[in-house]
Design a protein around this ligand. Structure first.
Ligand SMILES: NC(=O)c1ccc[n+]([C@@H]2O[C@H](COP(=O)([O-])OP(=O)(O)OC[C@H]3O[C@@H](n4cnc5c(N)ncnc54)[C@H](O)[C@@H]3O)[C@@H](O)[C@H]2O)c1
Ligand SMILES: [Zn+2]
Length: 361
């Protein structure tokens, strides 16, 4: 099975990321290798609970662990500060101590909020990530960023906190809705855009979800490797790691403007990548034709390329102002030089002047 080791020597942090079809059937075996305590709290959402939690609980209990499951409502609305007290109380009621373990079983929402709860409960308790969406398998479970949203904006409270282990079972992707699968493809396409021309080209040859699934192990491993290499060189997001945010300044603004209801993270990122790429192309920062290639690939993988209501674009600006990458009036944006190569550009909010037309001016 492909095993990637993520290392941060400065903090003596090191953990494995295992990718294998059927891995969910061996959770207790994998957990035993990294954890010697007695109690495990699993945090999941209702959808994932119904599909996968029961067999994992059974497997862990058969291995003599005491297990408690905390089941949250599905969706981005769960990833808020207000959900935390319930999680902390449930962990405390279960009597979870520092020598115990939390498992995050679910998509990026569950991974992010559980990771944050793990980073703060008792000032930090070990946790294992079992990502169950494509987005979480290729992106959110790697790199240690955990957190929650505030009404004022996305991911505004959080921490850098690494798991003990990440278990990726590509078979669980079979039960995703088409829309959730496409969300993950937005991040996969992002990796191709910023770092891997070969990945981008291979994705153009896959025209259906079924075809993507035939190559899914390779796709996940390729994306995780790109992220692993980038985060290892820049754990705290001060330089190289920022290129992973291609499309995200706008994507996060879109999610927040519509109160996390109308567009998912992946859809926001898809629309955001197109808009920033169009603006950068109009400023001759990006090679001509790059945006068109990106649009074709996003559409092929069932992702939106523009807001439904074009008049909403200017309304995103106040949210861009609040972006974490905006400090003291100076804003870092990630632009493509061409497909497979991204660069960080220091600018101001005026960079987005042509956004009122979705970047088409
Ligand atoms: N920490 C990071 O570095 C990082 C990176 C990228 C994204 N994110 C965050 O990830 C979140 C989005 O994650 P997501 O797209 O996984 O959303 P999600 O966790 O809400 O999952 C999407 C939907 O799929 C369902 N689901 C999950 N696994 C399933 C399965 N195997 N079968 C059927 N249904 C399943 C969930 O119940 C949910 O309804 C956002 O909050 C985003 O900010 C974090
Ligand atoms: Zn993302």
């Amino acid at each position: 099975m492909p095993v990637l080791t993520v290392k941060f020597p400065s903090q003596e942090v090191r953990y494995e990321l295992k990718i294998e079809k059927g891995l969910l059937n061996h959770v207790s075996h994998e957990v035993k290798n990294v954890f010697t305590g007695a109690k495990i709290a699993i945090v999941t959402d209702e959808t994932v609970y119904a599909l996968y939690a029961k067999s994992i609980i059974k497997d862990l209990e058969a291995a003599d662990y005491k297990v408690q499951c905390i089941v949250l409502p599905p969706g981005e609305q769960t990833k808020t500060f207000d959900s935390l007290p319930h999680i902390y109380s449930a962990l405390a009621d279960f009597g979870l101590t520092r020598s115990d373990l939390i498992i995050a079983l679910g998509g990026g929402v569950i991974g992010d909020i559980t990771g944050f709860a793990a980073s703060s409960y008792l000032r930090g308790i070990s946790f294992v990530q079992i990502p169950t969406t494509l987005l979480a398998q290729v992106d959110s479970s790697v790199g240690g960023k955990v957190g929650v949203d505030l009404p004022e904006g996305k991911n505004l409270v959080g921490a850098f906190y690494h798991p003990l282990l990440v278990l990726i079972d590509p078979l669980v992707l079979e039960t995703l809705t088409d829309s959730a699968f496409a969300d993950g493809m937005a991040e996969v396409i992002k990796y191709g855009c910023i770092k891997d021309l070969n990945l981008f080209h291979r994705l153009t040859e896959l025209s259906s979800r079924k075809e993507v699934m035939q190559h899914i192990d390779w796709i996940i491993e390729t994306c995780c490797t790109i992220k692993q290499v980038i985060v290892q060189t820049d754990e705290k997001d001060l330089g190289e790691r920022m290129i992973l945010n291609f499309g995200h300044t706008l994507g996060h603004a879109i999610e927040a403007y519509y109160q996390y209801e109308k567009y998912t993270h992946g859809q926001g990122v898809a629309i955001g990548m197109v808009a920033i790429s169009r603006i950068a192309e109009s400023k001759q920062m990006t090679t001509d034709g790059t945006t068109d290639q990106l649009i074709t690939l996003l559409q092929q993988h069932r992702l939106p390329i523009a807001l439904e209501d074009l008049e909403d674009y200017p309304k995103l600006l106040p949210y861009i102002k609040k972006d974490k990458k905006n400090s003291g009036g100076s804003l870092s944006v990630i632009v493509l030089v061409d497909v497979g190569r991204a660069t960080l550009h220091q600018t101001t909010l005026s960079f987005f002047d042509s956004l009122d037309t979705g970047g088409t001016a």
